[in-house]
Design a protein around this ligand. Structure first.
Ligand code: G3I
Length: 318
């Protein structure tokens, strides 16, 4: 079974994955990555972020991002841009800069406009704003919010729209896959942006889950609740981590969990597709961030399919 082919047959736009430039020298990895029937969409894990694309003010470097965009183009895959504005992986000239509101506005406009404009015509969607909220639903106290208040969101969205009118513009967030203050804050933001006619097309649900600690019905409720506001939704960074070592029981639960995520997306028409945050445990971000945890992806570190793979395939064919 090929997952993108199954997703398309099920009426979704794509099944896709994140990938990162250092991984592209591993031929056993690229042999699977380049299969457009398996992956119909790519996201650059790191190489389109601010530190990678505008390390010094006004100096743009797109070679690493282009490498990923070119793989997508060569294999007929959609491209998700990730991302324009995020408090993390910022070059210090931004994070430690002292800007007036007018200066920071033009910094954001120039960054988002140039970045989105560079990939104009190649990009299905952009994560224009990434992770704006704290867990309690307040805005993160980063340079953007501190200087501009929540207006930084619309400054970025408008600059992205002007640079590529055809790209779907998203806000992307984690821990909005269940009800709570963060999901409520995001919903209120969507409502206020829509009311003000700010360009916004989608909400990304990152979906970094933990084995056995996740509810498919809760996710489905959130997807529908946001879709009811007139935006599309997508699962943008899916993985399901566990405490190592993996056991047959954990892998079986992980299969159930992956199945539940895809089922939630299947049950909501406005859910356009699913992206895993890389497809193999060999290149997962999880062990480097959560000591003792991992095995979060549908293929193992030797590129062998895990039970989770069948959990995904079954949900697309149900
Ligand atoms: O580029 C440097 C390299 O020069 C240096 O030698 C190396 C040494 O550790 O570090 C490299 O930077 C690392 C970068 O990935 C590129 O590999 C950073 O240390 C590392 O922190 C960074 O991690 C990325 C993380 O975002 C940063 O927050 C992960 O790969 C990436 O998977 C992760 O992705 C995020 C999404 O963008 C947003 N949602 C959550 C998701 C998981 O954290």
């Amino acid at each position: 079974a090929k997952l993108h082919t199954l997703a398309k047959a099920a009426g979704k736009l794509y099944f896709g994955t994140a990938t990162d430039n250092p991984e592209l020298t591993t031929t056993a990895y690229t042999a699977i990555l380049n299969d457009g029937a398996m992956f119909g969409q790519l996201t650059a894990t790191n190489s389109m972020k601010w530190d990678a694309t505008e390390p010094e003010q006004g100096v743009f470097t797109f070679s690493a991002g282009d490498q990923i965009a070119n793989i997508a183009k060569a294999n007929g895959m959609l491209l998700r841009g990730h991302n324009c504005v995020w408090h993390n992986q910022l070059p210090s000239w931004v994070s430690s800069g002292t800007f007036t509101a007018a200066q920071l506005t033009s910094v954001i406009q120039n960054h988002c406009g140039t970045l989105v404009g560079h990939y104009k015509g190649q990009t299905y969607a952009w994560d224009v704003v990434n992770e704006p909220f704290n867990e309690d639903g307040t805005f993160g106290a980063d340079v953007f919010f501190n200087v501009l208040g929540e207006s930084f969101v619309q400054i970025a969205l408008k600059a992205a729209r002007a640079a590529d009118p055809a790209a779907k513009l998203y806000i992307n967030e984690f821990n909005i896959e269940f009800a709570g203050p963060k999901a409520t804050a995001m919903l209120n933001l969507v409502k206020s942006l829509k009311a003000a006619n700010v360009p916004l097309d989608g909400i990304g649900f990152q979906s970094h889950f933990i084995v056995g600690e996740f509810s498919g019905p809760a996710l489905q409720t959130q997807l529908s609740t946001f879709a009811a506001q007139g935006v599309e939704v997508a699962i943008t960074e899916l993985d399901v981590r566990m405490t190592l070592p993996s056991t047959p029981a954990l892998l079986a639960q992980q299969k159930t969990d992956y199945n539940s995520v895809i089922t939630a997306c299947m049950n909501v028409k406005a859910c356009v597709g699913v992206t895993t945050w890389d497809w193999t445990d060999k290149f997962s971000w999880v062990p480097g961030t959560f000591a003792g945890q991992g095995a979060a992806d549908p293929w193992d570190e030797n590129f062998v399919k895990k039970p989770a793979f069948d959990g995904i395939a079954t949900a697309f064919t149900a």
